[in-house]
Design a protein around this ligand. Structure first.
Ligand SMILES: [Zn+2]
Length: 288
């Protein structure tokens, strides 16, 4: 894996977009979660809020002072993972930030979370003169969304595509791939759109990044099918041992989870069947 590119605590990355780091680097969060502020006047939209760490509040305070930001009109949460949302209450209830978060409207795709407004697919934030389109992108989680900023042809991918060579995790691979395919179709006439991920640096071409991710997963499907075609029937760990033969033992539990997700997808697609512990190709069974 390529080493992580160093990212500054905050950076204005385009005329309408600034990126702030949540101060939570780690094996799953890479350089930390990216928080985005959108807009150019003294009121901004905030995408995700981080974990509520003091170091993020310092970053946030420094940035808003330097850029004369007086108000956050809306917060949009990409999904309910801890590193994206856990800091919400601590920001909203901080007496030192009472003016900044006065009457801020918080949006996310509804789950059972209370006191949060529902989102529709298209929202127009006229008061700060940007047009943001919401693209539901379930699969990473049930409530995951991406956003498209029309004025800058920019796609905020949340955790559906990461900024470096790391493949995102997913709760359901089949649903995840369907969501990615839907986003790819959405971007088909926006081929030069830039991608702003929730982890890692800016990716120049959103369409290409999403295509590559789908391709990578399709390739894994093909590898599994090839193994089953050769062997007739295999258990999960046998497939892992073949596909990940050059990898250290330590990656194999995570690899097994990924293979299970692929097998579930292939079963849903009626291409693979389970028989006891073994997985078989439907095409082979039909020939017998
Ligand atoms: Zn996530």
């Amino acid at each position: 894996m390529e080493p992580l590119a160093p990212l500054p605590n905050f950076k204005i990355i385009s005329p309408l977009v600034a990126r702030l780091l949540a101060g939570n680097p780690g094996p799953f969060t890479m350089q930390g979660t990216n928080i985005y502020l959108i807009g150019c006047n003294d009121s901004r939209i905030m995408i995700d809020v981080g974990e509520g760490l003091d170091c993020f509040k310092d970053t946030f305070n420094t940035f808003i002072k330097q850029n004369n930001i007086k108000h956050i009109s809306h917060i949009i949460l990409t999904h309910s993972h801890h590193d994206h949302v856990a800091g919400l209450q601590s920001l909203l209830s901080d007496p030192n930030l009472a003016n900044i978060f006065h009457n801020t409207i918080v949006y996310k795709i509804p789950t059972d979370t209370k006191h949060i407004n529902n989102l529709t697919e298209a929202q127009k934030y006229a008061e700060i003169q940007v047009t943001i389109q919401i693209k539901t992108t379930v699969g990473h989680t049930k409530d995951h969304l991406c956003l498209y900023l029309h004025e800058e042809n920019a796609f905020f991918s949340g955790d559906s595509v990461l900024g470096q060579n790391y493949s995102p995790v997913f709760e359901n691979l089949r649903i995840f791939i369907n969501s990615l395919t839907s986003n790819l179709n959405f971007l088909a006439d926006k081929r030069s759109a830039v991608l702003y991920p929730s982890h890692g640096p800016v990716v120049e071409n959103a369409y290409e990044a999403i295509s590559k991710l789908i391709e990578h997963r399709n390739k894994r499907d093909c590898q599994i099918i090839e193994c089953l075609r050769k062997a007739g029937g295999l258990a999960v760990l046998e497939i892992v041992d073949i596909i990940y033969k050059d990898y250290p033992e330590s990656v194999k539990p995570a690899a097994a989870n990924s293979i299970v997700q692929h097998l579930e997808k292939l079963i849903d697609e009626n291409r693979v069947e389970k028989s006891g512990e073994k997985f078989l190709l439907v095409e082979i069974k039909e020939k017998l």
